[in-house]
Design a protein around this ligand. Structure first.
Ligand code: BT5
Length: 255
């Protein structure tokens, strides 16, 4: 097992991603995991905040994939699958993946992923895969209206060490397959609440309604707008599910 060969457990940190990046620059090998009890500067995408009080699980993994930069977004997107499967196995609830990086239970965000990469000559030197899970978090105290907690979802306290072990095992399996060129896109699609469903894709004031079709090989979300145009959403877009009774439509060919 590569991911989790070494796990560094911290108390309070600014961001586990920052610690992982510093260690990676200093030569820390691939697979090392940094976890923290809480973060004072937890980050989401595009400068957003990830609220990180005690009770949640915060981890960052150093990866040194021998892959072209164009594969990294797909790796991030597919990393949601082991997180969702861990939630399902440990908590016995039904998780859904909202493209690109949210894991939700009953429409509430219980986990998010942030990957950050360091490049040399246009190719990735290393990447840090950061995952935040609201494990035993008091979600009603978070300044995030859509947040949910796994403890609330399954009505019991969860064992953080057990959750982490299952998660690292599943991430390791997904990562080793990804490096061999295997992408479990059908399995991903079965957990997705964006593929085959009506969605609204937002960027600033712009909003386009359509239906998620498939993942592009570069990880972007291919969707067909209501007027029949084919678009790609990239990770700067926000994808909002349109609840019309959550009817699933057939997805297009997944590459
Ligand atoms: C994410 O960003 O969902 C990425 C979260 C990654 C966090 C991990 S923790 C370990 C590692 N170290 C870090 O510093 N980060 C990573 P995004 O899709 O941009 O979602 C951010 C948005 O989610 C915020 O703007 C809030 O609306 C909401 N939010 C903030 N904290 C939340 C929480 N604890 N639970 C659910 N939603 C939250």
């Amino acid at each position: 097992m590569l991911i989790g060969r070494k796990v560094l457990v911290k108390g309070e940190v600014c961001s586990t991603n920052d610690i992982a990046k510093t260690l990676a620059i200093e030569g820390e090998p691939e697979g090392t995991v940094i976890t923290a009890l809480r973060q004072t500067g937890g980050r989401g995408r595009t400068g957003r905040q990830w609220e990180s009080p005690e009770g949640g699980l915060y981890l960052s993994i150093i990866l040194r994939p021998d892959l072209p930069a164009k594969d990294l977004t797909l790796l991030t997107v597919l990393s949601c699958l082991p997180v969702a499967q861990t939630v399902e196995e440990v908590c016995r609830v039904v998780p859904r993946i909202k493209w690109p990086n949210d894991i939700r239970v009953d429409g509430r965000k219980v986990a998010g992923i942030l990957t950050e990469a360091c490049y040399r000559g246009g190719e990735p030197r290393f990447m840090v895969l950061g995952i935040g899970v609201n494990l035993n978090t008091a979600a009603d105290r978070l300044n995030a209206p859509e947040a949910g907690s796994l403890r609330d979802a399954c009505a019991r306290d969860l064992d953080a060490e057990h959750f982490l072990n299952v998660l690292l095992f599943k991430l390791d399996d997904m990562y080793s397959k990804f490096l061999k060129g295997e992408r479990d896109l059908d399995m991903y699609a079965s957990y997705s609440e964006s593929l085959g469903y009506d969605i609204e894709v937002r960027l600033g004031d712009q909003k386009v309604r359509g239906r998620g079709m498939c993942l592009d090989p570069d990880g972007s979300l291919v969707f067909r707008s209501e007027d029949g145009m084919i678009y790609r959403a990239t990770s700067v877009h926000d994808v909002v599910p349109l609840d019309r009774g959550q009817v699933r439509f057939e997805t297009g060919n997944v590459h």
